[in-house]
Design a protein around this ligand. Structure first.
Ligand SMILES: *Cc1c(COP(=O)(O)O)cnc(C)c1O
Ligand code: SF4
Length: 469
């Protein structure tokens, strides 16, 4: 190159090829090693617990799903703090997760060496008592195709956004002890929501131009091989899907298995897929599930975040507020600050849902609001993008905006962030204050009103939906 041409090159702009790829962090492929209930005795650090504690885990994990992997055991749990360690509480079964009568029943059968059929029957009954399908998900959210056939692997509750549950994504790299989708993991076919049909998804999206967002969820879609993800996502780059602007992928892989994004060939292929979607003009959002800042505090997790951000995808962070894990404003403030530092966008703080081990994990709504408020006060505006505490209830996502006293009555101020009817969104409404309430169905309207402003309409929609089901 002549001196003259060189002078024309703005020297502060590097030619593309010389910019280091975002994934400069080099990680060798790491084999994925997983443990389930059968393997409890092979998890080495559990040896430090008493045999009674290990028996309790066995009982609880007969009812509720359990799955953990070596990365979580080695890098996320501080075994010197067990059983209080938040990631131990997040992944390992705890006795308090079952009601005492349920616990005693299953423990008695196991101790007495009950036969398999008897134990399975009891386990099935306990599971059915745990509200396996909160918020009428099955009956009320499943869309239909043009022939009226129910599309099992999808939910379409809010106009703009379709949820898609690919069959191969109906598991996770570990299970959260509080998971509201636990019923999908316990092998009860009837309770599963899933689909193997990319074609069904594409047909549905083609016929619904009002849909701007596709949210691929599970389980965790990141347990799938990239080539399967590609089958669902790549066709969306055709002009007929221009209305689908945003592709969201709900995942906890950044916590449970960041190596999904590092090292292996399939990880490189995933990074290429994300890059390709972004470059074609889609907004790609990884909806990452976080409960505690410890999940972000490993080299692999941070390298995976850098790599994903290097594709141009956005990482948005959300997760429930749960007792024993993160019911503390300092934990949330630290989590949100670290998210912002690493380039993530705090998105939602959820209220723990009314299913499974809720009695162990739930936090009163008033306490949830206090924690949210105290955490917000400690962070800058860039972390105040987390909305909540929000209940994903059947009528919609309802946020607790605060506690107020109006005309002498103490009330919760509520609003819909999302509603089955978009017209409900952003209208404040009021519930009688109740310091014990943990979910919307325990609240009653304030000021002596007989019903919520949305109640008649909601009940009409519900009847309509259930009649069609
Ligand atoms: C939360 C949720 C969405 C997405 O809502 P956003 O507010 O757009 O994040 C979509 N469908 C269902 C069923 C949901 O619960
Ligand atoms: S990652 Fe999500 S779907 Fe999987 S167990 Fe945890 S909460 Fe449930």
């Amino acid at each position: 190159m002549s001196a003259q041409v060189q002078a024309l090159q703005p020297h502060h702009i590097q030619p593309l090829a010389q910019i280091p790829p975002a994934g400069v962090d080099f990680f060798d492929p790491v084999p994925f090693k997983v443990y389930t209930q059968r393997d409890l005795d092979r998890i080495a650090p559990l040896a430090r617990l008493s045999s009674e504690q290990r028996f309790e885990m066995k009982v609880v994990s007969s009812v509720l799903p359990f799955r953990v992997n070596q990365y979580v055991i080695d890098e996320l749990i501080d075994w010197s703090k067990v059983p209080d360690d938040p990631i131990f509480q997040l992944t390992f079964p705890q006795r308090g997760m079952l009601a005492p009568e349920h616990y005693e029943r299953i423990a008695g059968l196991i101790r007495g060496g009950a036969d398999k059929a008897e134990l399975e029957r009891a386990v099935g009954e306990v599971r059915h008592a745990l509200n396996p399908h909160p918020a009428d998900q099955m009956e009320m959210n499943m869309p239909r195709d043009e022939h009226g056939k129910r599309l099992e692997g999808m939910q379409h509750k809010y106009r703009e956004t379709v949820l898609f549950f690919p069959t191969q994504g109906q598991t996770c790299h570990s299970y959260c002890s509080f998971c509201f989708r636990w019923a999908q993991f316990v092998g009860d076919k009837e309770l599963r929501i899933c689909s193997s049909e990319a074609i069904e998804l594409h047909n549905y999206l083609r016929r619904h131009p009002e849909v701007t967002d596709l949210l691929v969820t599970g389980g965790d879609p990141m347990v799938m091989k990239t080539r399967h993800l590609r089958d669902f996502l790549e066709p969306l780059l055709q002009p007929e899907f221009d209305h689908v602007q945003t592709i969201r992928i709900g995942s906890k892989a950044l916590t449970f298995w960041p190596h999904r994004f590092l090292g292996a060939d399939d990880a490189d292929d995933l990074i290429r897929l994300l890059t390709q979607l972004v470059e074609a003009g889609k907004h790609v959002a990884l909806m990452a599930h976080y409960n505690h800042w410890k999940e972000l505090d490993t080299e692999a997790a941070q390298a995976a975040i850098r790599r994903i951000r290097g594709t141009g995808a956005v990482i948005r962070a959300q997760g429930p507020l749960v007792a024993h894990i993160n019911d503390d404003p300092a934990v949330w403030a630290k989590l949100w600050k670290l998210e912002v530092k690493l380039g993530l966008v705090p998105y939602y703080m959820f209220v723990e849902r009314d299913t499974g081990a809720r009695n162990y994990f739930e936090v009163p709504l008033v306490r949830a609001w206090e924690i949210y408020r105290e955490a917000m006060q400690q962070v800058s505006g860039l972390a105040r993008t987390a909305r909540g505490p929000s209940m994903s209830a059947s009528p919609g996502k309802v946020e607790i905006q605060g506690v107020a006293e109006i005309a002498g009555e103490k009330v919760f101020v509520l609003r819909f962030i999302q509603g089955r009817n978009p017209d409900w969104v952003q209208r404040p409404f009021f519930a009688k204050f109740d310091d014990k309430a943990t979910w919307l169905d325990q609240l009653v309207p304030a000021f002596g009103e007989e019903k919520w402003f949305w109640q008649d309409e909601y009940e009409a929609i519900r009847e309509d939906r259930l009649a069609a089901a």
